[in-house]
Design a binder for this molecule. Sequence first.
Ligand code: TYD
Length: 207
Amino acid sequence: MRKGLFLSVEGIDGAGKSSHVDFIMEYLQNKGLEVVKTREPGGTKLGEDIRNLLLNSESMNQTSELLLYFASRQELIEQVIVPNLNNGVCVLADRFVDSSIAYQGSGRMLGVEKVKTVYSLLEPHIKPDLTFLFDAPLHVAMERLNSARTKDRIEKESLEFFERVQNSYYKLAEENSDRIKLISTEGKFSETRKKITEYLDLLLEKQ
Ligand code: TYD
C-alpha cells in the first residue's frame, strides 16, 4: 500500500553527502511534495540510543555492529518510513541498506551475502525508488574528513577500509544502475546540484 516516494542518499564519509541532503528535500518540497527526512543509524528513540552505541563504543564485534545497524533500521522502517510512505509522504533517507552492504559487507569484510541475509529479515522488505550515491576521489574525501570535527568510531577507520567501502558502492551502482545514480562532488557545487535536479525531475515525471 505504498504511495509515497522513497529516496536514499549514500556515500563514503567525506564524499559530501550531507551538503546536498537538505537541498534535495527543499527541491522536492518546492515541487509540492510533503517530505520527511530520516537518518541512519538513528531517527527513532531506540535508534538514537543504538547510534550512540555504534559510533561511540570503544570496540565492537563486527557481527554485533551489523545487527545493531539493522536493529536501528527496523525501528525506523516500522515507526517512520512505512507509515509515511503509506500516507503518500516522500521519505528521504540519509543512508539505508546500501550502507550496510558497503561498510559492513565490504569495509568490515563480513561479505555481502551475510548482509543480504539480515536484510531479508526486515519487515516489510522495502527498497528505495531512487538512490543518490555521492562520490569523491578517496584522497579528497579523506582530506575533508581529516579537517572536519572529531571523528566517530567508523570515521577513524583506515584508508584501506574506505577504499573497500567505496569500491563496494561502485559495484552496487553498476549492478543497480536503474536505481543508484552516482554523483561526483568534485566539481562545482552548481554542477552537482544541476545533476541532482535532472534525476529528480525524471523521477517526478514518471509519477
Ligand atoms: P552518518 O550519519 O552518515 O555520518 P555523519 O553524519 O556523522 O557524517 O553515518 C554514520 C556512520 O555509520 C558512517 O560512518 C557510516 C556508518 N554506517 C555503517 O557503517 N553502516 C550502516 O548501515 C549505516 C547506516 C552507517
